[in-house]
Design a protein around this ligand. Sequence first.
Ligand SMILES: Cc1cc2nc3c(=O)[nH]c(=O)nc-3n(C[C@H](O)[C@H](O)[C@H](O)COP(=O)(O)OP(=O)(O)OC[C@H]3O[C@@H](n4cnc5c(N)ncnc54)[C@H](O)[C@@H]3O)c2cc1C
Ligand code: SF4
Length: 533
Amino acid sequence: MTTVGGDIVIIGSGITAANMAAHLAEHTTRSIVVIEAGPASTPFAERTAARKRFLAYGENPWARDHLEDQNAFGVTYGFSPNMHVGGLAMHWGGVTPRYSPEDFITNSLYGIGTDWPYTYEDLDPFYQEAEERMGIAGEQGPPAMDPRGKPYPLPPIPVNYNLQQLQLWATQAGIASWSCPSAKATVPYQGRAQCQRCDTCYPVCPSGAKYSPDFTWDALVKSKRVTLVTGTLVRRLVADAKTGRIVRATGNRTDASGEEVTIEGQTFVLAAGFIWSPHLLLLSRDAAHPNGLANRSGLVGKYLAGHRNIGGQISLPLELYPGLNAQHSLVSKQFQRASYPGGKYLRHDLRLWESSVGRGARLRDDKGNLLLGDALLADWKQRAKGATARVRAYYDVLPHRESKFVLDDTRKNRWGDPMPLVTFKDAPESEALRPWQEEELRNLFRRMAKAGGGEVISLASNANDIGQEHPTGGCRAGNDPTTSVVDGWGRAHDHENLWVGGAPTQPSASCCNGTLTFVAVGLRTASAIAKSV
Ligand SMILES: Cc1cc2nc3c(=O)[nH]c(=O)nc-3n(C[C@H](O)[C@H](O)[C@H](O)COP(=O)(O)OP(=O)(O)OC[C@H]3O[C@@H](n4cnc5c(N)ncnc54)[C@H](O)[C@@H]3O)c2cc1C
Ligand code: SF4
């Protein structure tokens, strides 16, 4: 058996953990040890070669980023491609909008959902810190819709010719839009290369322009401020029956040895992401805590939240040049701040991209005649001249208390721990509004098409197969220990030296990409931990 330890033990090494560790390393003198279940993902130095093989042979450069028997059933992929250093964000898109101030006070404003135990203004400095640590490139939107304490650290990704045309179209439809914020270095930043807008971000950015957590881990390990223990799955937290203090964690090596590992520390930080953080709390049940740790409220693993979207394609009487930088987009937050006539509730973001849908080469013309050689090229040139816009609106879904996972005894890992089985569920008020909300979004896109003299090609409700995108919840934060798992700073109500960082603590999931907020929330927790140790 191996024993490892430090003053502060962080469990998980995803994007939230990386930024929390960086904050703690700068604001405390305590030793920090980070425990990660998986191995390191493809190292930066090997990314170009990995991408080449991906392009040439379709070989998956993420093949080793997953522990075969550690799966959260019922989430997007049906498996969990995140068990490695850096977690999911080793392969993310890097889109980083902030939530809007309304997200934190929907109950006060609209009598729906839950107010967070802190406000947008409280989170603003930590949003800024997250943006500076990750090097976010962004354009300030109209301040009334897009309030910020300070400017973005990096200049925005340019709004190219195609997006300029789409921006004019949006303006005709009465919509203010601007360059979508992204974790892509528009100027060289902290050793990362400048983004070349080459559009090959998936599955890996070969140049490192897109932020991924390995940059932070590599720097922290090199500085010797953090010890990163990989290949070690934490399976239990052990709490003192009388005081509730966490006295140690236990787990196993995930290599062939399966060796037992004991992790000692003074302060324990769960930063294992949505699902695995509450999963570990439930697995850690004991005689004094028969329902799992931190679970006086019975809410560990509940109120899982996320959002859905309506997306589509609209053809427009414009001339665009497909392929200028199709991964970049325009964003508007106008509808996150809207009022709701008749008391009906709908909040959503809005994103616009260029699209090549309907603009590709084809083998037969409209009459079914075969097109070959010059005829095919002439037809393609003609088709490429038009314009298609991709549109998408993520809308806010309020979670049911029983939006939850259960420990599924029929699916176990190699040590016999039951895996989570996730079932998202909308709160009744959200469920009742869904048909109206989705039709409103379709109507918005129809109105936009009309304003530009164009036509809707397709519109679809995308529930991401099984439910929700940018999932959060499972350890919701609140001031009342009977209705929440952690307090407003992320400290477990029931265990004074146990903290939960980021996504699991969020009471709701807003209506835009969530990772910037997960990191900002984690940084706010890290600032409280630094003061407490
Ligand atoms: C293809 C793709 C594109 C995406 N694009 C975007 C985007 O553009 N914008 C956006 O906002 N979001 C995006 N996301 C989502 C984003 O990547 C995640 O929200 C984010 O990475 C979650 O970070 P996290 O720190 O909360 O957790 P995770 O990334 O889940 O990290 C948790 C870590 O903890 C480890 N762990 C878990 N349990 C244990 C345990 N018991 N013991 C030890 N270690 C443990 C895991 O191995 C993992 O490394 C995308 C995701 C994918 C897959
Ligand atoms: S556009 Fe190219 S350089 Fe920029 S983040 Fe994507 S892959 Fe990296």
